[in-house]
Design a protein around this ligand. Structure first.
Ligand code: ADP
Ligand code: MG
Length: 409
């Protein structure tokens, strides 16, 4: 599992291709949230300080897929929204250093810029996904990317679950392929939690769909997590499978047998599985004024459950006391709508408190990370994972193609 990193190789005078994840929100040509850009800076600065010529590459959105959709609907398509130019500018500001931008996505031209690079200089390529070869993992495109490259560095953990030309294909055409510092950090935290966790190990899972999370739940049970707390809409599939009325709450009927199976497996493995005992419901005819906390068993057909209740929040918080490893994915309720963020915020606070008391905590998943940021608690969590799908696949125990392709120690 331990991979060679950028620290293990000689960089001076070398052309170093760094695959980063600069898939950031951009509005009217300005980067709205630069978290991902800042995440890659340690790797970029390390390469520059060690005398490398740096080529940066990322994807941004899904331009070709969106273009196809727009054409099918007959609406206008503005490809300029998919340019990484604003990101190059933002990066230049953050580094206080010029970042040359290759604005052509035709890389045969772009590579002229690379051969002209001097030690300590940076060029950033245009959005890789403007080229059909990227997502197809086309060997010809991968070969083009590898042209003139001495060392390949993958620092894009969030894209490592995809075998694309810039995450997998390219590694067949470059001799030295190593992990960047952000990738190293992700693998260290997630790998330790999964393979050698300090105990008690408590996992919290929530979010909308059981089907999204089944592989993760099964992998955590197999690894004998000590406690598994399940909240969010996901819990209703368990309740309905147990014979409770869940009203109009979100349920995946076809996942009910799987939910029962999960409960059986948890029991067999000696994993303590905690489900909510109460929840915040609204009357589906008057959702604004009807919020109330009730016990799960009192739910009637007209109600919708949108958050865990206070008893559950307290029980879950108690279950986190004394934990040494915590993994959290998936909010406890519809946290985007106040006051249905209360349950999620209570759990975020409990995780932060357990962390202050010595737990290593990991939060992964786009919405879960957004919730922790919304709570202002990001710096009280040991590790905020930059991956959504990649984090889930990693926790499910799958090997990520972008990681598997790197050199071992
Ligand atoms: P993550 O992105 O962290 O992996 P998910 O995408 O699985 O999380 O789940 C987040 C979504 O689940 C949010 O949009 C949230 O509103 C929704 N959700 C959670 N609980 C409920 C609920 N009880 N009813 C409706 N939606 C819910
Ligand atoms: Mg999500």
């Amino acid at each position: 599992m331990i991979k060679k990193t950028i620290r293990d190789v000689e960089l001076s005078g070398k052309t170093v291709f760094i695959r980063v994840d600069f898939n950031v929100p951009i509005k009217e040509g300005v980067v709205e949230d630069d978290t991902r850009i800042r995440g890659a800076i340690p790797t970029i600065e390390y390469a520059l300080e060690n005398g490398a010529k740096v080529v940066l590459a990322s994807h941004l959105g899904r331009p070709l897929k969106d273009k196809k959709k727009a054409e099918e609907k007959g609406v206008e398509f503005d490809v300029s929204k998919y340019s990484l130019a604003p990101v190059a500018k933002k990066l230049s500001d953050l580094l206080t250093k010029p970042v040359d931008f290759e604005d052509s996505s035709e890389l045969s031209d772009g590579y002229a810029k690379i051969s002209a690079l001097q030690d300590g200089e940076i060029v950033m390529l245009e959005n890789l996904r403007l080229n059909a070869g990227e997502e197809k993992n086309d060997p010809e495109f991968a070969k083009t990317l590898a042209k003139g490259v001495d060392i390949y560095v993958n620092d894009a953990f969030g894209t490592a679950h995809r075998a694309h030309a810039s995450t997998e294909g390219i590694t067949h055409f470059v001799d030295t392929c190593v992990a960047g510092l952000l990738m190293e950090k992700e693998l260290a935290f997630l790998g330790k939690a999964l393979n050698d966790p300090e105990r008690p190990f408590v996992a919290i899972l929530g979010g909308a769909k059981v089907s999204d999370k089944i592989p993760v739940i099964e992998s955590l049970i197999k690894r004998k997590v000590d406690k598994l707390l399940i909240g969010g809409a996901m819990a209703y599939t368990f309740f309905k499978a147990q014979g409770f009325t869940v009203g109009k709450s979100l349920v995946e009927d076809d996942m009910m047998p799987t939910a029962l199976e999960v409960e059986r497996k948890a029991k067999e493995a000696g994993v303590e599985l905690l489900l909510p005992t109460d929840h915040q419901v609204v009357d589906s005819y008057d959702p604004i004024n009807s919020r109330k906390a009730i016990q799960i068993e009192f739910t009637n057909a007209g109600l919708v459950g949108l958050d865990i209740g206070p008893d559950t929040a307290a029980r879950f918080a108690q279950a986190l006391e004394g934990a040494k490893t915590i993994v959290w994915n998936g909010p406890m309720g519809m946290f985007e709508e106040k006051p249905f963020d209360e349950g999620t915020l209570a759990i975020a606070n409990a995780v932060a408190e357990a962390t202050a008391n010595g737990a290593t905590s990991i939060v992964g998943g786009g919405d879960s990370v957004a919730a922790v940021n919304q709570a202002g608690l990001a710096d009280k969590i040991s590790h905020i994972s930059t991956g959504g799908g990649a984090t889930l696949e990693f926790l499910a125990g799958d090997e990520l193609p972008g990681v598997a392709a790197l050199d071992d120690k």
